[in-house]
Write a protein that binds this ligand. Structure first.
Ligand SMILES: [Zn+2]
Length: 610
């Protein structure tokens, strides 16, 4: 960011009132000292950085009016996100209400238990004055229990504002104002230090989390990423804002904080032994969002500098920001010693399985998936697995393949770590946008040979990265089998895999089995079954996932099943001719007999001292 041109100017001021929790309404007064001479325009972002979908936050503004010290100022709509005020003398006051009832990390949620918000969904920008500093005031609510609430945010507080208290906060510009979410409520707070910078966990929700353990584990993850990049970007503090609920999952990165939504079961319990599968998932999410502190919050696509939040911004590079981050999130758990290699390989096997089960990867490259994120990855329908590829999941596999190729081609002198450090030093640290094509060039320099073929095949093309071959050089053996049941996610060996399969994703429901999706040209689709159909009976008997799996273990390719099903309210009958279950389920194991060179390569990759 350039130093603000208006750093000495009067800030745009926002006053946020928490007076109406039961209505889930934030009341906001925006004060603009010097409104534009031709009349001030006001605009709310249509999307929030990190989540590439048009959300039109302005639809939650349920009332708005403007005035100055002389009286009312006329205000009219320009488009779905923009208002135009009549020319008037300053200061201009804009009073508006925002409905906040979205329990996700992307918008705002407000009730009698807490207030969570992203500025992008609440604070109108004074168009043309975005470079001015901004000030936010949140007065202490009058009534209990809200008056005892604590405030957690990474935004810098004013001098008179106690830590975790109500008061005022300052941002150097509008872009910064909306990049520091707030969590306000009866919070569980814990602090630790990484690279000399205070780090904090602020946890909202009913929970029984082992905070000591959480602090220790997060500190290890953060330290691992800081050591890889060589430094933490300059910041006064970093905050993990966590909302623990019954069922929920999500994360969103910010410049010096992240918002996480999890199930309270995902948090470590004092009685837990080892890292449970759910806690491993939570740690992976924390690791992911923290890695973004470098990779997308500072190393950014050129087209995101600056963000244009009124419309979609397309880039083919999301695979590098989400895929590479997804690679390092679990690798960070391994490198920081929180999970053993077997556990990491299980996660890797699950990712490979997820990618390999999607025929959409032959239709869409991860560069195309990045470009189309707005209308395809973020708007997935029942045909997604046949039509698109995830730039997260396949991106993570391409990142692993790139890491192993760099290590091989450079004779062990370079790796993806070096590439990430180059990106940080050359783009992230100085704040220069990353152009398309630059990653390929740096990879070529590090490998000592042209790498265009690699990117043409796996990033811009539809080929699967050769993970089996590359991992073999580390003494890791890739294995494939058929699924063992209808919920099988892969990552582990199985004793009793299915012999035949329907090639459909099914879910138990009250009346039978609901089809979630069907694989193109598989037995279910060939028999005329579709996503949404409700299977009532197979071979004349009521069924569920468990009974169907045991049936599929006893049948042979070419056998058939009689299926009764509802499509909407119409009853149909069809015959499914079963095909051999594909060997699309992957797992990995360490080769006990790998030679010393392979063992050394494995140790170097997982960050063990040579
Ligand atoms: Zn991410």
């Amino acid at each position: 960011m350039e130093p603000s041109m208006h750093s000495g100017a009067t800030p745009i001021h926002y006053r946020l009132s928490l007076a109406r929790p039961a209505a889930h309404v934030f009341q906001i007064r925006c004060t603009i000292a010097e409104p534009a001479a031709e009349g001030q325009r006001l605009r709310l972002p249509a999307w929030i950085p990190g989540s590439y979908m048009i959300r039109d936050f302005a639809r939650n503004i349920i009332s708005i009016r403007a005035c100055n010290d002389e009286g009312a100022v006329a205000l009219h709509r320009v488009d779905k996100s923009t208002w135009q005020c009549a020319p008037c003398a300053g200061p201009l006051y804009v009073d508006y209400e925002v409905y906040a009832w979205d329990l996700s990390v992307r918008a705002a949620h407000f009730d009698q238990t807490h207030a969570y918000f992203n500025g992008a969904s609440l604070f109108l920008a004074a168009v043309g004055q975005e470079a001015r500093p901004c000030e936010l005031t949140i007065p202490r609510p009058e009534h209990a229990p809200m008056r005892d609430w604590q405030v957690a945010t990474s935004l810098d507080a004013g001098e008179d504002t106690p830590r975790h208290g109500f008061g005022s906060w300052r941002a150097p510009d509008y872009d910064a104002l909306i990049d520091h979410p707030f969590e306000i409520g009866a919070l569980t707070l814990a602090e630790f230090e990484v690279a000399g910078v205070p780090h904090e966990i602020a946890l909202y929700g009913r929970h029984e989390a082992d905070m000591t353990r959480l602090v220790d584990d997060l500190q290890r993850i953060c330290t691992t990423h800081v050591e890889m990049f060589g430094e933490l970007p300059p910041m006064s503090r970093y905050v993990f804002l966590v909302m623990a609920v019954g069922e929920g999952y999500g994360g969103l990165e910010h410049r010096s904080s992240c918002s996480l939504l999890c199930s309270r079961e995902d948090l470590p319990h004092p009685a837990d032994e080892g890292v449970t599968e759910k806690y491993r998932g939570f740690l992976g999410l924390c690791s992911h969002e923290y890695f973004h502190t470098w990779n997308i919050k500072r190393i950014k696509p050129e087209v995101f500098m600056p963000y244009r939040l009124e419309r979609e911004t397309h880039t083919t590079l999301l695979w590098a920001f989400e895929g590479i981050t997804s690679y390092y999130d679990d690798l960070g758990l391994l490198r920081s010693g929180l999970i053993p290699l077997e556990s990491y390989l299980e996660l890797l096997g699950q990712t490979v399985t997820r990618v390999m089960r999607g025929p959409g990867r032959f239709r869409q490259s991860i560069a195309e998936s990045s470009f189309d994120a707005w209308t395809r990855f973020y708007k997935q329908d029942e045909n997604a697995a046949n039509a698109i590829v995830s730039y997260y999941a396949k991106g993570a596999l391409v990142a692993l393949a790139l890491d192993l190729r760099l290590r091989r081609d450079s004779g062990g002198r370079a790796s993806l770590d070096d590439l990430m450090r180059r990106l940080w030093q050359e783009y992230g640290r100085p704040g220069i946008g990353l152009p398309e094509g630059r990653i390929e060039a740096i990879a070529g320099e590090l490998a000592g040979r042209d790498m265009q073929d690699f990117f043409a095949a796996f990033v811009y093309g539809h080929e699967d990265p050769p993970l089996g071959e590359l991992l073999a050089e580390l003494g890791i053996v890739a294995q494939q089998r058929a699924r063992s049941d209808l919920q099988d996610k892969g990552g582990k060996p199985a004793e009793d895999p299915l012999v035949v399969d329907l090639a459909a994703v099914l879910r138990d429901c009250d009346q039978g089995l609901r089809i979630q999706s069907v694989t193109e040209d598989g037995p279910a689709q060939q028999a005329g079954l579709s996503a949404g159909d409700l299977i009532l009976a197979i071979d004349g008997l009521r069924t569920d996932c468990r009974r169907l799996a045991s049936l599929l273990r006893r049948r042979r390719p070419g056998d058939s099943l009689e299926v009764h099903y509802f499509r909407r309210d119409e009853l149909f009958q069809t015959t499914v001719v079963l095909a051999a279950a594909p060997r699309d389920t992957w797992y990995f194991r360490v080769d006990e007999h790998a030679d010393a060179a392979a063992r050394a390569r494995l140790a170097a990759w997982r960050g063990e001292p040579a």
